[in-house]
Design a protein around this ligand. Structure first.
Ligand code: CTP
Length: 214
């Protein structure tokens, strides 16, 4: 299959030296891209800024902002059967991007923000028969929030994870996730390495697409 994966954070510029971002390390998305390649899929990885080696055999498109990630996803979508949106896309960006470094004596401490594009919402009309998988990074009401996002974003599958736990979520090598599908099935997986989560997720995606390894 042709699998499109997004990973990492996005960065939204304030000026040439400052930005708004989040704590995503990209580890989960990179593990998914690597696992997909080793299972024989053709993989494109749209990656925000991370400090991880490029997974071998994977076509990486590097982006910085949510707008660039949106454009790269729209450009890559026609060739893919499966989209796995594991990126932590920034939800806000500064209303104005300054081309010169802001000087502290000119700042009153307020930064006006505007919403970035919700990539999954925007591409919903382009879904067709593709399988769309989302992630829900939550600190509370984890399952309820993930179920809401599954419906609102028109996904087939969502992976919920509690990012407030030390051993799951941002920057660590393990994750404890719950898979929720549109039939209301809720599967709680134990604490696993991100590599193992990626492998199990791909097995699940392959089953959903009735794909068998050649
Ligand atoms: N996502 C997206 N575009 C955005 C924000 C998020 O496509 N601008 C995707 C993420 O890649 C993820 C899913 O939507 O697959 C859920 O992201 P999450 O950050 O958990 O939720 P939000 O949509 O940002 O909602 P909230 O702020 O209410 O938690």
């Amino acid at each position: 299959m042709n699998i499109l994966v997004t990973a990492g954070p996005t960065r939204e510029s304030i000026d040439p030296v400052r930005f708004i971002s989040n704590r995503s390390s990209g580890k989960m998305g990179y593990a998914i891209a690597s696992a997909a390649h080793s299972r024989g899929h053709s993989v494109r990885l749209v990656s925000g800024p991370v400090s991880l080696p490029v997974p071998s055999g994977v076509d990486v498109v590097s982006v910085e902002s949510a707008a660039q990630m949106h454009a790269a996803v729209v450009e890559s979508l026609p060739k893919c059967n499966v989209l796995i949106m594991s990126a932590a896309v920034a939800d806000w960006r500064p209303g104005t991007v300054n081309t010169r470094k802001l000087k502290k004596h000119t700042m009153d401490g307020c930064l006006l923000l505007e919403r970035t594009t919700d990539i999954l919402q925007e591409i919903r009309p382009l879904k067709g028969d593709r399988l769309f998988v989302g992630f829900a990074a939550e600190t509370h009401d984890v399952i309820a929030e993930a179920e809401r996002k599954l419906k609102e974003k028109g996904l087939d599958l969502i992976i919920a994870n509690d990012v407030s736990a030390r051993d799951s979520g941002f920057a660590v090598d393990t994750n404890r996730v719950t898979l929720i599908d549109t039939r209301g099935n809720i599967e709680r997986w134990p604490l696993l390495s991100k590599t193992e989560v990626a492998k199990r997720l791909l097995e699940r995606v392959e089953r959903s697409c009735c794909w068998t390894r050649p």
